[in-house]
Each structure stands twice: as structure tokens, then as C-alpha cells.
Design a protein around this ligand. Structure first.
Ligand code: NI
Length: 181
């Protein structure tokens, strides 16, 4: 296993569409997933998409804690939360309800932005052993999945923002005690 270098906003690989994986259980995909998990945990991220480690394939890993700690300007993710690997993910939006929340991204270090996204989704894909994964998700779980899958289509969260006045430095988050809902 290895900790991989993370691409930052501006690198072309973050702006392109990633390719489908032909065989989710192929050895090179298992290897990639192991390195992505190690990299995500080392960087204290909630999720990571393959393009963020310079690999243009439709693979994401994430950990969705049941509850996120309130905005203190410091992010801590519960790395005992269930870890999910999704290869070739597909998201279906359930209903019209939107949910706003602050997001960060390992490719946009030091920043946070307020993003509204569909509150309820269903997602499916495969894990790195080729098993089908299908779940419904709400709240932070739904947010993380949508954020990570956006990376596979070359979209970083600032592109999803409606008010760039809410793009801030993480160190100033303490001034924004807005409820994440
Ligand atoms: Ni990200």
C-alpha cells in the first residue's frame, strides 16, 4: 500500500470525465482501492475519488459517519464508520428536497463552501470484489456520495455553489455557525 499524491484544483484530471472500469474485481483495482483508502485516512478526508489521485477511472471510497461534529473549523471524521468502495457508481435522486451543508475537498485544501444538494438519493455500483452495492442515503451520507461521484464527472464542489460568498477558508468557519440541517 502507498499514500498517493492528491491532485489539486486546476489540475486537468479533476476537470475530465473518468472512464468506466471494465472489471471491478481486477487486481489493479483492488490495489488502487487499498491505496485510496490509505490516502484518504492519512489526509483525514471523508471520501476520495480516483481522479483525485491522478487515476481517471470511476472509483470512489468514502466513510459516512452517522453524525458529523458541529462546525468548529476543524474536521474530524469517524474512521470507524463503515467504509464503502464504489466502482462505476450510479446515483438516482429521490424527491425534490434539497439539503444545504458545508463541504470541503482534499483537492481544494483549506477551503469550505456551502452547497445545496438533493437530500435523498439511491446509489448503486460494485465493490472491489465485484459484489453489487445498492443503498438509499440521506443527510451527510448522501452529501458525501454526491460529492465523490461529482469528481468522476469532472465537477468540484465550488461549481455546485449558488453563492460564492459562502466559499471560505476553513480557519474562518468559526464565524459561520450556520446549521447544517
Ligand atoms: Ni472532493
Amino acid at each position: 500500500m502507498a499514500i498517493l499524491k492528491i491532485a489539486r484544483m486546476g489540475h486537468p484530471i479533476l476537470a475530465q470525465r473518468a472512464q468506466e472500469v471494465a472489471d471491478p474485481s481486477a487486481p489493479e483495482i483492488r490495489h488502487l482501492v487499498a491505496d485510496m483508502i490509505e490516502t484518504m485516512i492519512d489526509a483525514n478526508g471523508a471520501g476520495l475519488a480516483a481522479p483525485q489521485v491522478h487515476v481517471p477511472l470511476r472509483v470512489v471510497v468514502f466513510q459516512a459517519p452517522s453524525e458529523r461534529t458541529p462546525d468548529t473549523g476543524e474536521e474530524r471524521f469517524d474512521h470507524t464508520a463503515p467504509l464503502t468502495v464504489l466502482v462505476n457508481p450510479v446515483i438516482e435522486v429521490l424527491g425534490d428536497e434539497l439539503d444545504g451543508g458545508w463541504e470541503g475537498c482534499l483537492s481544494v485544501p483549506g477551503m469550505r463552501g456551502y452547497v445545496e444538494r438533493p437530500a435523498h438519493i439511491r446509489y448503486r455500483g460494485f465493490d472491489h470484489e465485484g459484489r453489487a452495492v445498492a443503498r438509499t442515503a440521506s443527510g451527510f451520507h448522501a452529501r458525501v456520495v454526491q460529492h465523490e461521484c461529482d469528481h468522476l464527472d469532472g465537477i468540484l464542489y465550488p461549481k455546485r455553489m449558488t453563492d460564492l460568498g459562502q466559499l471560505i477558508f476553513e480557519s474562518e468557519a468559526k464565524h459561520w455557525a450556520r446549521d447544517e440541517g
